[in-house]
Design a protein around this ligand. Structure first.
Ligand code: PLP
Length: 372
């Protein structure tokens, strides 16, 4: 077990960075581990190569531990979208999602419907795009077979209640979760989900190439392994025949993962597990409280829910549309990095965010036009 201050020490980026919901500057631990593994791959020694290849298993075990599952249920993927494609392309019947989700979800549902003809898209348009249990209950139909939802909405920061969604869905429908903006930062009830996908390049600070997908028992029964490659059989690489897909979640893979990406993911997830997701969640709760307090002090509307259990690591500010560009300019001029999209300014601190960065944010808000 390490302390939150050990964890904080792995943040070595420059002040002003408030964009962890887009990209997490790499953890010092991750950088050290991957450099060691790169050097091992340069030796040509079989034992060193095997050691680095073993990072795949380590990463799967580490992800499984955070999700409360087992390594066999976890596959490594190049990114969240690859993992989500494994799930969505293998579905059949009505697939419900909010039309306002991050484009990974609607795009895959539409492509699945166009290409395989087994999926019928069912769109919901809840207020502010918040996928609440009530909104899902209103949108559910008898032929809905799955709900696809982000654990934390990438635009608004709204955190879904996975257990309440499961209760509305019942036991016969699948709950497929894009956990890109939640994994490693929120204590979520993953047992309520059937598929959880994420990646390591934002909050885990592991860089790109570090996606994963977990498939629970119900998902494995229902989801056809459409994107199942030559490595994803029990026979391993088989010539002169095409064996059936692997009987476990390892069927949902196209090819071998990148060992160095696995090394980065394993290091990052182990680092998070050592400090504990609950401790990180608490810290992010205080940091997002500070962002909300600054926004309130400058009369800026906040779209992210104020209840700590309905938000995660970032806050979406909703200035008047004519104030978005001046605020974005004020932030950029003071060296503050955020995401400005859809007339929202997304402010995403992390455990290493210091007072200097908050001071820069406060200066920028003070310089921008006032009012919601
Ligand atoms: C909620 C959500 N899902 C999916 C993605 C895309 O992830 P990837 O690039 O790993 O496919 C993002 C990226 O911002 C995201 O915020």
């Amino acid at each position: 077990m390490s302390s939150i201050s050990d964890y904080r020490a792995t943040f070595t980026g420059e002040p002003g960075y408030l964009n962890f919901a887009a990209f997490g500057p790499l953890s010092a631990t991750v950088r050290d581990e991957v450099v060691a593994d790169v050097n091992m791959l340069g030796t040509g020694r079989a034992s060193s190569i095997d050691h680095v290849a073993g990072r795949v298993r380590e990463a799967r075990e580490a992800v499984a531990e955070l999700l409360g599952g087992v390594a066999d249920e976890v596959t490594l993927q190049p990114s969240t979208s690859y993992g989500m494609a494994q799930a969505v392309f293998g579905l059949e019947g009505g697939v419900l999602a909010s039309a306002a989700e991050f484009p990974t979800i609607p795009t895959l549902i539409v492509r699945a419907a166009e290409s395989f003809g087994r999926v019928t898209p069912q769109w919901m348009t809840p207020p502010s795009g918040f996928v609440t249990p009530e909104a899902v209950a209103d949108a559910l139909r008898d032929d809905t077979r799955a709900l696809v939802v982000s654990s934390v909405d990438s635009r608004t920061g709204f955190r879904a209640d996975l257990r309440a969604l499961r209760e509305v869905l019942g036991e016969d429908r699948l709950l497929i979760v894009d956990d890109t903006q939640g994994f490693g930062t929120i204590v979520a009830d993953y047992a309520a989900a059937d598929v959880v996908c994420g990646h390591g390049y934002k909050w885990l600070r592991a860089g790109r190439g570090t996606g994963f997908a977990w498939f629970g028992a119900r998902a494995r029964e229902v989801i056809r392994p459409v994107l199942s490659g030559h490595v994803a059989t029990e026979a391993g690489i088989a010539f002169d025949e095409v064996p059936p897909p692997h009987p476990t979640a390892q069927a949902y893979r196209l090819s071998e993962p990148d060992w160095l990406a696995a090394s980065r993911l394993a290091a990052a997830v182990s680092e998070v597990a050592a400090v504990g997701v609950a401790a990180i969640q608490d810290e992010l709760g205080s940091l997002t409280d500070r962002v909300i307090a600054l926004a309130d002090a400058h009369g800026m509307r906040v779209l992210t829910p104020r209840e700590p259990e309905r938000r995660a690591g970032f806050v979406a500010l909703a200035p008047r549309p004519e104030h978005v560009a001046p605020l974005a300019a004020a932030l950029a001029n003071r060296g503050v990095t955020v995401t400005s999209r859809s007339n929202l300014i997304r402010v995403a601190p992390h455990v290493g965010t210091d007072d200097e960065t908050f001071g820069m944010l406060a200066d920028a808000l003070a310089a921008a036009p006032r009012g919601a």
